[in-house]
Design a binder for this molecule. Structure first.
Ligand SMILES: [Zn+2]
Length: 360
């Protein structure tokens, strides 16, 4: 029997037209990213298997957002948006609706997490924007306003008393904001694979945390062209042994799809395929099943090629509901990038160095 059939509880899809109210005009992080989502979601919900439910996002209260962000930043952002918006930092554009939409991005993820925690669903994917992993406590950065995944981790810590949360970040960019927020905090283990060198320039392997958080920040700065095989090797050699040692109580994923081979934002080129993403989802899901009763929540980060994004999100949702990666990624863009990069020996040595750095 397929694993798909064995699953008891559904996967929650968080979505809503609210996420179109953060308008950025001609910008890579635009409403157009979500254009294909309604069709995908309708298709999944129309299946009579009961594997998927859709949940309405809610607006996160300011008290929850203040768990990570400074009150003065919240006020400044609100005022800037209310006065019509514009360019709030060199990379990030906001409109009048952005402040409210960003609150719904946080609230959407938290809504999904609540559903997981009460056992209403098995896992969840919050298809929100704006993304979050570059946002710092006191400012926006890199298309991000509020750090959605960091706020989710704080919610789990402060509302539910959890103290071992694993964040897996496979966006092609390093999540400097998330790293920064938990740099001295062992209650969050942050694992980021990203292309290097690339924006924002952080994420070297010797950034391992400080104080009590020392050893709980794990960076994999990968060269362009790494591809599916390297991502899998990184899971085998680093992520999985880390999880075994940490025994997470909940797993959060900063799910960016700008490492897809079709995505060409600036010089992003990690060359991951839809099947590569589906495989990572499957392996994270297994970790959640092993260590935390399957408790797993994904939140959308980057991904700027609408076709690759939609294809990867579709495959991700199907794997979350229990389908095999091979079957879930049967669309056109699954073309696997399994061929080893020319510098594979260098990458293996890099992975070995990271293992050594973290005593794995
Ligand atoms: Zn990114």
């Amino acid at each position: 029997m397929q694993r798909f059939e064995a699953l008891q509880k559904p996967t929650a899809i968080i979505t809503g037209s609210i996420y179109l109210e953060h308008e950025t005009g001609r910008h890579p992080e635009s409403v157009g990213r979500l254009a294909r989502f309604p069709q995908i979601i309708a298709e999944l919900l129309a299946e009579e298997t009961g594997h998927f439910i859709s949940l309405e996002p809610q607006e996160a209260p300011l008290t929850q957002i203040a768990r990570v962000h400074d009150a003065s930043y919240l006020e400044d952002l609100r005022d800037f948006c209310e006065s019509g918006g514009g360019r709030i930092d060199p990379d990030t554009h906001v409109s009048e609706g952005s402040y409210r939409t960003a609150r719904y991005a946080v609230g959407g993820l938290l809504r999904g997490i609540e559903a997981v925690l009460v056992g209403e669903v098995q896992n969840t994917f919050a298809l929100v924007r704006p993304p979050g992993h570059h946002a710092l406590t006191n400012r926006s950065m890199g298309f991000c306003l509020f750090n959605n995944v960091a706020l989710a981790a704080r919610h789990l810590i402060e509302e539910y008393g959890l103290h071992r949360i694993l964040i897996v970040d496979w966006d092609v960019h390093h999540g400097n904001g998330t790293q920064n927020i938990f740099y001295d905090d062992p209650r969050v283990l942050y694992y980021s694979s990203h292309q290097s060198p690339l924006y924002p320039g952080t994420g070297s392997l010797d950034e391992i945390g400080v104080g009590q958080g020392c050893g709980y920040n794990v960076n994999l700065p990968l060269p362009p062209g790494s591809g599916d095989t390297v991502m899998e090797q990184a899971f085998t050699r680093i992520l999985e042994p880390l999880a075994e040692r940490y025994e997470p109580e909940f797993i959060l994923v900063s799910a960016g799809y700008d490492a897809h081979w079709r995505d060409a934002l600036h010089t992003t080129a990690l060359q991951v395929s839809t099947l590569g993403f589906a495989t990572m989802v499957d392996r994270v899901k297994r970790l959640a099943e092993t260590f935390c009763q399957g408790r797993l929540a994904l939140t959308l980060e980057g991904g700027y090629d609408p076709a690759a994004l939609a294809d990867s999100v579709y495959a991700t949702l199907r794997v979350l509901a229990g389908e095999s990666p091979e079957k879930a990624a049967s669309h056109d863009l699954r073309r696997s990038r399994r061929e080893l990069p020319a510098n594979h020996e260098y990458i293996l040595a890099l992975l070995e160095e990271i293992r050594k750095t973290h005593s794995l």
